[in-house]
Design a protein around this ligand. Structure first.
Ligand code: AHR
Length: 508
């Protein structure tokens, strides 16, 4: 039974704009890990696969999510990756030990194939270079292979491998989670800062149009956070454009009320990294802002035990099932809350990658043994935000009632962000009622937009927080609410307890 109602009131003004949304905030990630590549995007012989062995049913689902950029090939994997193993004639490509995931890598998919897959999925590649076991020269060779037209050793190698046109990869990550002791080639902040700066300098000499991402901390709990960002950026400030952020969330304590407050942790993580970037800018008397690439975020905790068993007791398999979290309804709410938090910082968070995309902590799953592709619960908030959350984020003037949590103290009942799409003449309000027991009366003053009418109010709700989807049963899927009115410049509705809401308004 719902307790006393909560309330959220907001005023949205078309002239109070926070920032354009960089569409790359709806990016994702495919790592050579588990069944993401093999059995995920690539499965020759599957009836749904095309002439290159790519699963078209998976591509269709990726397209529905509208993912403009996909990070590749890792992740931890990249820190031991020898890229040249994965190009050229397939029968000559070596099998290698992947130390990050204690698996065997067949190298049947490499940058050539992946850049073609990205095109088929209407996306682009965000490439990471190996700064774990390799360094400046290797990063330059890979960039030359990918982006230089021809007439040099590595560009001609690409041409000889059948790809006359350069891949034109714009965004490059300078290594991955180099602060983490688990990382092959883990470095201190000064070691990484120097290496990243010199690598970035050389890469920009080869192709000045590339955008470079310096590694930030692996998560907010790292003992070196945020000193890592401050020290490494002091080395890299002149050469890089973004600092990376990674963080995963999960209901480890079993307290759902607290779990739904974890987006507040993401919010304070982002604020601290912005302050640190601005501190370095000030110290350097710099002119440019370092923006944020939150290039790994998601819920990840369900599969922890199974993964430890596979890697410790059954290592060196080809694409074993790893990180196959099956997401429930409350995970979808958290993903919705995290999306709202990212969009609320659209002025500084320019790129973000839902980690990951297929089979590995993913919105899209493929059943083992060539079975169906299907949508996890978290698929839907991502799809809604990516489809309707493009445009300009409005500055919210917002009052929400609050409730108590064990770990996070008092938090807002509702988290929300609004995006104005001037071109489409649409306003979208994304909101999560993160109480477990209160209906929240919602009202938004949108008079500044003039005439307006409701397109639809999409809702994701379920009486069971632990409900999951499978290939045969989509228990958690969006429906439409009929409790919303747009009248005289006011939007009114009721947001049900534990619900994800997308209120779409046409500005006629
Ligand atoms: O996304 C899974 C792993 O999480 C990535 O390989 C690594 O960067 C992070 O620790």
């Amino acid at each position: 039974m719902a307790e006393k109602n909560g309330q959220i009131k907001m005023v949205l003004d078309k002239d109070y704009r926070l920032s354009e949304v960089d569409e790359r905030i709806f990016g994702s990630f495919i790592e050579h890990l588990g069944r993401a590549v093999y059995d995920g995007i690539y499965q020759p012989g599957n009836p749904n696969s095309d002439e290159m062995g790519f699963r078209t049913d998976v591509i269709d689902l990726v397209k529905e999510l509208n993912v403009p950029i996909v990070r590749y090939p890792g992740g931890n994997f990249v820190s031991g990756f020898r890229w040249e193993d994965s190009v050229g004639p397939r029968d000559k490509r070596p099998e290698r030990l992947d130390l990050a995931w204690r698996s065997t890598e067949s190298n049947q998919i490499g940058i050539g194939e992946f850049s073609k897959w990205a095109k088929k999925a209407d996306s682009s590649v965000m490439m990471a270079v190996n700064l774990g076991t390799r360094g400046i020269q290797d990063a330059c060779n890979l960039l030359e292979y990918c982006n230089h037209p021809s007439g040099t050793r590595y560009s001609d190698m690409r041409v000889a491998n059948g790809d006359k046109d350069p891949y034109g990869i714009k965004v490059w990550c300078l290594g991955n989670e180099m602060d983490g002791p688990w990382q092959v080639g883990h470095k201190t902040m000064d070691e990484y800062g120097r290496l990243a700066a010199e690598t970035a300098k050389a890469m920009k000499l080869i192709d000045p149009s590339v955008e470079l991402v310096s590694c930030g901390s692996s998560n907010i709990q790292m003992p070196t956070f945020p000193q890592w960002e401050a020290t490494t950026l002091e080395h890299t400030y002149d050469y890089v454009d973004y600092v990376s952020m990674h963080n995963y969330y999960g209901n480890r304590s079993g307290d759902s009320n607290d779990y739904l407050a974890q987006s507040d942790d993401m919010d304070s993580f982002i604020k601290t990294v912005i302050s640190t970037c601005d501190f370095v800018k000030a110290k350097k008397r710099g002119k440019k802002d370092i923006n944020l690439s939150f290039d790994e975020w998601n819920v990840w905790f369900h599969s922890d035990e199974a993964d430890a068993d596979t890697m410790d007791n059954h290592p060196w398999q080809h694409h074993p099932a790893l990180l196959e979290d099956v997401y429930n309804f409350e995970d979808a709410l958290v993903v919705g809350l995290l999306l709202i938090t990212l969009l609320k910082h659209a002025d500084r968070v320019k790129m973000a990658c839902l980690a990951q995309l297929v089979n590995v902590i993913a919105p899209i799953m493929t059943d083992k043994n060539g079975g169906k592709a299907w949508r996890q619960t978290i698929y839907f908030p991502f799809m809604h935000a990516s489809k309707y959350g493009r445009g300009t984020v409005l500055v919210p003037s917002l009052h929400s009632t609050k409730h108590d949590t064990k770990e996070h103290g008092e938090v807002t009942d509702v988290e929300s962000v609004s995006v104005y799409n001037e071109e489409k003449k649409e306003l979208t309000i994304l909101a999560v009622n993160r109480t477990l027991d209160k209906n929240v009366e919602f009202s938004a003053d949108i008079r500044s937009f003039g005439d307006s009418k409701l397109i639809e109010h999409l809702v994701l709700e379920n009486s069971d927080l632990k409900a999951v989807n499978s290939s045969s049963d989509e228990k958690v899927a969006p429906s439409t609410s009929n409790e919303t009115k747009v009248d005289g410049g006011e939007v009114t509705s009721v947001l049900h307890p534990a619900s994800w809401n997308v209120i779409r308004i046409s500005l006629v």
